[in-house]
Design a protein around this ligand. Structure first.
Ligand code: HEM
Length: 82
């Protein structure tokens, strides 16, 4: 849905800290991972580096995320897509 995409993508950048909710994108999917920040095995500080934007540049560096169980976990937090 092009309309949803244009509304959602600028909105992602407004969610960069737990107080404002923490949103990230992966492909064309949008996730609210606020409730996962404190549960992240790599630490809250690391996951917050991706807050408000795309996961791919970070996950390209940290290959531990290239496992099915990580994508399954992420899917639980999906709030929208393009
Ligand atoms: C580990 C999820 C973002 C850095 C993990 C693991 C999960 C996870 C499930 C454990 C994987 C395993 O051991 O099988 C996520 C999710 C993210 C996210 C859902 C975003 C929504 C990030 C970002 C970074 C990062 C942005 C770096 C800037 C790490 C590191 C580990 C890790 C370094 C390894 C921790 C260790 O084993 O000591 N992450 N991650 N993660 N993550 Fe993330």
């Amino acid at each position: 849905q092009p309309t949803t995409f244009r509304l959602l993508l600028p909105e992602v950048g407004r969610h960069r800290a737990p107080a404002d909710r923490v949103w990230v994108t992966h492909g064309t999917d949008v996730f609210d991972v606020t409730d996962f920040v404190e549960l992240h095995p790599g630490g809250a500080d690391k996951i917050l580096l991706a807050a408000g934007g795309a996961l791919e540049p970070f996950w390209a560096l940290y290959a531990v995320h290239q496992q099915p169980h990580v994508l399954e976990l992420l899917r639980e937090y999906k709030v929208g897509e393009d």
